[in-house]
Design a protein around this ligand. Structure first.
Ligand code: A2P
Length: 320
């Protein structure tokens, strides 16, 4: 079975989870059911904004595996930073469960609560955090919403027992430093775009120093990925008689990073699980060093860069 990774709170997460972003209605339920029942997955990564949590829940129940044996993550959308429990309750109702194993702040970007919830909004007025105003104590003025207040609400739903662990996603070191000084609970994870072309070595070692586990989304390079045909990746795969996808995932697992490959194609769902474990066993120090050098050697690339109007503090993020 898959390796597990331990959080700073003592709880464990299966190191391989099924991603569900861009998994379409009509195909995601059966992919989730297959992943759990046939392919051995015990970890599903979801989000309110993916719009498919109802079907994900159906897939989980159809697998016949008890809820308590499955690790479920979901994420708070930006329009809900001022009302965390409301978003969480919607997710719980959609998934058909009464708790989550892990709940994350999806992006460090509070959006206008009256906004349109769009993933990549086009109307600045509807998404800039500068429009989120809250009464500032006794003074009758407005101020920007503060991420540390979102984190307070994340801590509150944890204390209530609705989620077992809390964490963040898409947080640079700068953004983490906005919440850590006042945090009672250190985030269990930071979920990031991580793969051989965007390894974020510096951020990963910072997270390690803080006891925050990195999780990799788009570990295969998302859709139409050039990673799967990268000459070096293919060479390493051929040498170990594995698939490129296996190498990409095994490389991250070897660094203690939790991987969240997305697929709705049963043979891929299956091979991403078994193949990444095989790669973890086969990759040696020189393979890791070779793969570590790809980004620095000129192949650095991010695939997921929504045009947020605030500086997230990431390296290699396109200029606003
Ligand atoms: P599909 O869901 O149609 O099978 P990432 O996890 O990096 O976001 O990558 C997801 C993309 O990679 C999806 O388009 C998915 O397609 C595809 N994919 C997932 N697993 C594999 C694999 N083992 N080989 C090739 N493509 C894959």
């Amino acid at each position: 079975s898959a390796p597990k990774v331990k959080f700073n709170n003592g709880l464990e997460i299966p190191a391989i989870g099924l991603g569900t972003w861009q998994s379409k209605l009509g195909e995601v339920a059966s992919a989730v059911e297959y992943a759990i029942k046939e392919a051995g997955y015990r970890h599903i990564d979801c989000a309110w904004v993916y719009g498919n949590e109802k079907e994900v829940g159906e897939g989980i129940r159809a697998s016949g595996v008890p809820r308590s044996d499955i690790f479920i993550t979901s994420k708070l959308w930006g329009t809900y930073h001022t009302r965390v429990e409301e978003c969480l309750d919607e997710t719980l109702a959609n998934l058909g469960t009464d708790y989550l194993d892990l709940y994350l702040i999806h992006w460090p970007v509070p959006l206008n609560p009256k906004g349109n919830h769009a993933v990549f909004p086009t109307l600045p007025d509807e998404y800039t955090n500068r429009l989120i105003t809250v009464p500032d104590g006794k003074r009758d003025v407005a101020r920007e919403w503060d991420l540390k207040d979102t984190w307070k609400q994340m801590e509150a739903v944890l204390k209530k027992g609705k989620v077992k662990s809390i964490g963040v996603s898409n947080f640079s070191e700068v953004k983490l430093e906005e919440i850590l000084p006042t945090a009672e609970i250190i985030p269990a994870v930071n979920q990031l775009e991580l793969h051989v072309y965007n390894p974020q070595h510096k951020l990963i070692s910072y997270l390690k120093s803080k006891g925050v586990i990195p999780q990799a989304y788009s570990p295969l390079g998302s859709t139409n990925s050039p990673l799967l045909t990268d000459e070096t990746v293919v060479q390493v795969a051929t040498r170990h008689a594995l698939q490129p996808a296996d190498i990409l995932l095994g490389y991250l697992l070897a660094k203690g990073i939790v991987v969240l490959p997305k697929s709705v194609t049963p043979p891929r769902v299956a091979s991403n699980y078994t193949g990444s474990i095989a790669a973890l066993e086969k990759l040696d120090a020189s393979d890791i060093k070779t793969l570590d050098g790809l980004a620095a050697g000129g192949k650095q690339k991010r695939f997921i860069t929504p045009p947020w109007p605030v500086d997230l503090g990431f390296e290699n993020w396109p200029k606003l």
